[in-house]
Write a protein that binds this ligand. Structure first.
Ligand SMILES: Cc1cc2nc3c(=O)[nH]c(=O)nc-3n(C[C@H](O)[C@H](O)[C@H](O)COP(=O)(O)OP(=O)(O)OC[C@H]3O[C@@H](n4cnc5c(N)ncnc54)[C@H](O)[C@@H]3O)c2cc1C
Length: 375
């Protein structure tokens, strides 16, 4: 019987693995891909997690991440406003950041198996049976689900959100462009929005969330960009004046922002598996890191491998659910509400005009989607 199995090696899985290994547990992590690899992500990380990362020697300073302190928002018609960010952020590619954490986890003794997909998890009496795609079966006292926004496992677990089709797709490029190095921009377009932020070296991340309807109407990603995104003059300028580094973008679809439960069939969920915040908040990665920290604290408080009965398991689960809801429930709700204002001509114009009129209120709204510094 293994002590802890973690499914998924993104930020929430890797940070949980490192913290729990440091606390003395035997930790096994399964990741279906092989590091390093690209992900669809805006690569803007709120500074709320910087003190935590620095304190735990997990901040990727070696890559010289960008420092972001300003926010530019444009409406579909090209009206814009610039605001100062309260906390600010840093920009780094997931390619480098995840690989950096992966190497730390390996060095510190986490058993990591890449190119291994978990297919099914069953809770039996007081332990888990974990089935891998290869046919291998393993057993563990605790399982942490850190497998991201959507996985076959959600179907196996019959989670509510997976029954509904989601209308969003995400597209990411790395580009070279002349935009300000300290500003993150969000540009609206019909049924979507596109972020631009400096990351490491001379690269920028250009990442957008669009609707499946946009793609269906335009038939292909290049024509959707031309016919819909480039109606916003800022986006037209970016597409026409930048150097696109990769031949093709990274693309994902079926992105869902429906509510989820942080515990499912006794599996402790972290990061997007527990709940995904809308990308315009630029906060999913900070939440993934923070949920890994909360989860690890609950595990450390309640999990002693030789004395872990159902009563103690219940206490652990209640402790984690309480902490998770307290920290994230409101942020997720506010993120969903703000997203409704984006991607529409009238409301995105209104949002910009309103922010110009009362910048302090706009800054307040942004701060409500973020947490406070923690370490
Ligand atoms: C378009 C878009 C833009 C975004 N922009 C930002 C942004 O700028 N800033 C920000 O903070 N957040 C942003 N986010 C959100 C952010 O990317 C996520 O919140 C974050 O990656 C969550 O981390 P995670 O560890 O929970 O999941 P992930 O990083 O998705 O990691 C999950 C891992 O699990 C693995 N996996 C899945 N299923 C299995 C399985 N069955 N077996 C084994 N392994 C498995 C996957 O391969 C993956 O490596 C954005 C999201 C989208 C869609």
């Amino acid at each position: 019987l293994k002590e802890i199995i973690i499914i998924g090696g993104g930020l929430s899985g890797l940070v949980s693995a490192i913290l729990l290994k440091r606390a003395g547990y035997a930790v096994v992590l399964y990741e279906k891909k092989e590091y390093p690899f690209q992900r669809v992500c805006g690569e803007y990380i709120s500074n709320e997690v910087k003190p935590f990362l620095e304190k735990n020697k997990l901040f990727p300073a070696v890559f010289n991440p960008s420092c972001i302190s300003k926010f530019l928002l444009s409406s579909i018609n090209g009206k814009c406003i610039e605001l100062d960010l309260d906390y600010g952020a840093f920009g780094i590619s997931r390619y480098n950041f995840d690989n950096f954490l992966y190497k730390i986890a390996l060095e510190e003794g986490v058993e990591i198996f890449t190119k291994v997909q978990v297919e099914c998890v069953d809770f039996k009496e007081n332990y888990f049976e974990v089935n891998l795609a290869s046919g291998e079966v393993n057993y563990a006292s605790l399982v942490i689900g850190a497998y991201g926004k959507r996985s076959k496992l959600d179907k196996v677990l019959k989670r509510g959100f997976i029954q509904k089709r989601s209308p969003y797709l995400g597209v990411k490029y790395h580009i070279r462009t002349s935009f300000d190095k300290e500003t993150v921009a969000i540009h609206n377009f019909k049924n979507g929005y596109c972020g631009l932020v400096k990351i490491e070296e001379d690269l920028y991340n250009l990442c957008y969330l669009s609707s499946a309807k946009n793609l269906a109407n335009c038939k292909s990603i290049p024509s959707m960009e031309k016919e819909i995104l480039m109606k916003n003059p800022f986006l037209k300028d970016i597409w026409e004046s930048s150097e696109f580094v990769d031949e093709k973008p990274e693309v994902i679809n079926e992105i869902s922002f429906e509510t989820k439960s942080p515990i499912e069939n006794h599996i402790l969920m972290a990061g997007d598996s527990a709940g995904m915040i809308t990308p315009l908040c630029g906060n999913g990665m900070a939440m993934a890191i923070r949920s890994a920290s909360l989860l690890s604290n609950s595990v450390i408080e309640h999990f002693q491998p030789n004395r872990f009965d159902l009563g103690r398991r219940k206490m652990l689960e209640q402790d984690y659910i309480g902490k998770w809801k307290n920290e994230f429930e409101n942020r997720l709700r506010i993120g969903r509400s703000i997203q409704k204002l984006y991607g529409k001509s009238f409301s995105s114009d209104l949002l910009v005009s309103f922010s110009r009129l009362i910048p302090s209120l706009a800054t307040f709204l942004v701060s409500k989607t973020h947490g406070k510094y923690f370490n």
